[in-house]
Design a protein around this ligand. Structure first.
Ligand SMILES: Nc1ccn([C@@H]2O[C@H](COP(=O)(O)OP(=O)(O)OP(=O)(O)O)[C@@H](O)[C@H]2O)c(=O)n1
Ligand SMILES: C[C@](O)(CO)[C@H](O)COP(=O)(O)O
Length: 231
């Protein structure tokens, strides 16, 4: 099975408080974005990558991909204000693709097995997302007061990749653009088209590096994997 992946990497990394886009932060021996693109570089099912970067960072990213022998990045396109704007710019490059994944540049630990399960689901069902079951008790809070304890058995925390038959995600993005709707992930745009989104159970290791403490967790995950205990 073959797919294309759009990798949004055009954020600011504000919550990481590193004074630079977190994609360039070193994690072990290489920058974060290199960890992420290497997953797809090494997946025989991945045909091409489109990386979305800040316009002033397309040059430095291209140089990094050359340095690390990343060959499947066919396009580096300039991103937009929000993640959703960046992903839309990436999708616009792909009109001939059949199956497309969207994966955060800031999630360097997704496994090939989970990617393949997700791709197979999207190929037959149209749209699928990786997620994990919520481990904590979840409460709704209004003005500092708990108003509800949410029944946890149906609550999932979703990750990327999120996978789609191309027309499903492209139409959903066009409609969201037309309606000026903003969502925090890609599948939410498909949900509002009243199309089903299937969940594929992923791993708790597939974290997004968002705040400084995530770098500590990331180093621990890398260490564990180096010892051969891939989740
Ligand atoms: N305008 C944007 C905003 C985010 N992203 C990307 O979307 C992914 C998830 O976003 P997030 O973790 O929120 O990254 P940042 O926007 O960089 O972080 P922050 O919100 O803390 O500034 C990241 O790979 C990020 O680079 C993007 O391509 N374009
Ligand atoms: C798409 C996403 O990774 C799903 O968990 C996430 O919503 C994007 O980043 P943010 O932290 O919500 O800005």
């Amino acid at each position: 099975m073959k797919y294309t992946v759009v990798i949004p990497a055009a954020g600011q990394g504000t919550r990481m408080q590193a004074g630079q886009n977190k994609q360039f932060l070193m994690l072990d021996d290489r920058p974060l974005i290199i960890h992420t693109v290497s997953i797809f570089e090494n997946d025989p099912w991945c045909e091409q990558m489109v990386v979305v970067a800040n316009d002033y960072e397309t040059g430095p990213m291209e140089a990094l991909f050359q340095e690390w022998n990343i060959t499947k990045v066919e396009t580096i396109v300039a991103g937009g204000k929000e993640r959703q704007d960046s992903v839309f710019e990436g999708l616009k490059q792909l009109r001939d693709s059949e199956l497309v994944l969207v994966h955060d540049g800031a999630r360097p630990f997704v496994t090939i097995n989970h990617i393949h399960e997700l791709v197979e689901k999207a190929a037959t069902q149209g749209a699928a997302v990786l997620g994990v079951r919520m481990k904590d008790t979840v409460k709704k809070v209004e003005e500092g007061i708990v108003t509800e304890t949410i029944e946890r058995s149906s609550i999932w925390s979703v990750q990327t990749p999120q996978a789609f038959q191309f027309p499903v995600v492209y139409d959903a993005y066009c409609k969201a653009d037309e309606d000026e709707f903003k969502g925090t992930d890609d599948t939410s745009l498909v949900e509002r088209m009243n199309l089903p989104v299937h969940i594929v159970e992923g791993g708790y290791d597939n974290i997004k590096l968002t705040t400084p403490e995530d770098m500590v967790i990331a180093k621990a995950i890398l260490k564990k994997r180096k010892r051969g205990k891939v989740q």
